[in-house]
Design a protein around this ligand. Sequence first.
Ligand code: APR
Length: 227
Amino acid sequence: MKARSVVALTGAGISAESGVPTFRGGGSAVWKGMPFDQISSARMVRENLPEVWEWFDYRRGVLRDCRPNPAHFALAEWKRRFAEFTLVTQNVDDLHRAAGSDDVIELHGNIQRSRCTRCGKSFDIAGIVPHEPDRCDDCGSKVRPDVVLFGEMLPYDAFETAERMARKCDLFFVIGTSALVYPAVGLAEIAKHHGAFLVEINPEETPMSDVCDVTIRAKAGEFVPLL
Ligand code: APR
């Protein structure tokens, strides 16, 4: 089958071989005794933004030494391989863009951007650790990570585009995600419901495995370049 329209949905697992800790694979899942879904929450932004920034600046420090791996680079080539290719990521690590993917749909935002809590002005803070500025230079309000936190809505346009492409694609890859967090993971079900062929690439079993037509128990960095 020659796929015309292809979608790839990626999760933290695609960056594991770049040295970025996954959320549920052990290791980085706790910060000062708080589970990551507590420190990365809308409530913590309201109650203790400096603590949220400490956690995000720590993660941004770890990312300084992380480079895209062969899976990121391979996906950056898929734009040229298929008539229509859409890359959707749950990751905020910016590694797809660093690998050359220029129009990634970032469902959960990007840790290398911050935004004003009042006027929404966006700041590129890539390479600036700790983050600067701490206050918006237009309106003086505090800035926060431009990342979707637990308890927050996904960026409407991003999800709407991803959903439209999931509906129309012939082939949908689910790469390196535990398939636990909605609505991102719902995209795979939408694709399946609309007749797409589903392929999962993950060393572990996930709740999505049974829905997929093919499950490949492999590391993304090793297998995706072979596709
Ligand atoms: N190649 C492919 N997959 C891998 C690899 C690898 N080398 N190493 C680990 N994995 C898989 C794990 O088996 C697991 O299924 O990657 C997945 C990582 O799962 P999570 O840590 O839960 O990350 P993710 O699925 O992206 O989490 C979704 O939850 O914490 C929130 O917003 C955050 O975007 C994140 C969302």
